[in-house]
Design a protein around this ligand. Structure first.
Ligand SMILES: CC(C)(COP(=O)(O)OP(=O)(O)OC[C@H]1O[C@@H](n2cnc3c(N)ncnc32)[C@H](O)[C@@H]1OP(=O)(O)O)[C@@H](O)C(=O)NCCC(=O)NCCS
Length: 172
């Protein structure tokens, strides 16, 4: 891969084959590629961005609708998952560019929070904090489940719950 920086742009349906290949290459199994396909087809994806370099898709991030409520209050939330970068282009900042662009778009469109399940060492740098979601009931609760508030205090409260879009139930 060259050093020329990638262009970040919205996903369009004609990207689907290239995006499927990308996730298949980035993950050990095709589960994430299938998930991404189902999320798009089901209309669960308000924010979906690709990174393109020399007319090739080298990265993709999905933010899908997530049901979140805290103390009976609805919180407009997105789940960051999955994000993939072509193995030949990893550790060059492409993932970070996709995630930051996704946050900017989500915030501009009025979403209040993003939730991610992943490596704290990676996601903490974007501001994700497990403390913000520790009161949300979820099978994924723990240090790997983290929240980011675009609206300060959006997750504040005592008891809440979160439910991922249905295609996540098909993940192994
Ligand atoms: C995770 C991923 C999207 C990051 O994208 P990237 O463009 O390679 O990453 P960036 O260049 O933005 O950041 C590089 C940093 O991320 C770290 N990193 C990469 N993958 C990581 C992982 N799985 N866990 C923890 N840290 C990770 C690198 O060590 C590096 O850390 P440093 O900045 O402290 O040196 C990419 O590595 C990837 O596609 N991995 C395979 C798929 C995956 O695991 N996706 C995430 C789960 S949904």
């Amino acid at each position: 891969m060259g050093m020329k920086s990638a262009v970040i742009r919205p996903y369009v349906p004609s990207d689907s084959a290239a995006v499927k290949m990308l996730h298949t290459a980035a993950f050990p199994t095709p589960a994430e590629a299938t998930l991404v396909e189902q999320l798009h087809l089901g209309g669960h994806v308000p924010v979906s961005l690709v990174a393109e370099q020399d007319h090739k898709i080298i990265g993709h991030v999905v933010f899908s609708r997530l049901h979140v409520e805290v103390d009976g209050r609805f919180v407009s939330a997105l789940a960051l998952a999955p994000v993939s970068v072509d193995p030949r282009a990893q550790n060059l900042g492409v993932g970070a560019s996709l995630i930051k662009a996704g946050h900017a778009k989500a915030q501009a469109e009025g979403w209040e929070v993003a939730i991610v399940l992943g490596e704290p060492n990676y996601y903490n740098r974007f501001g994700y904090d497990s403390g913000l979601v520790e009161h949300l009931d979820s099978p994924y609760a723990g240090e790997y489940l983290m929240g980011l508030e675009f609206v300060h205090g959006a997750l504040a409260g005592h008891n809440g719950a979160m439910v991922y879009a249905p295609p996540f139930n098909n993940l192994g």
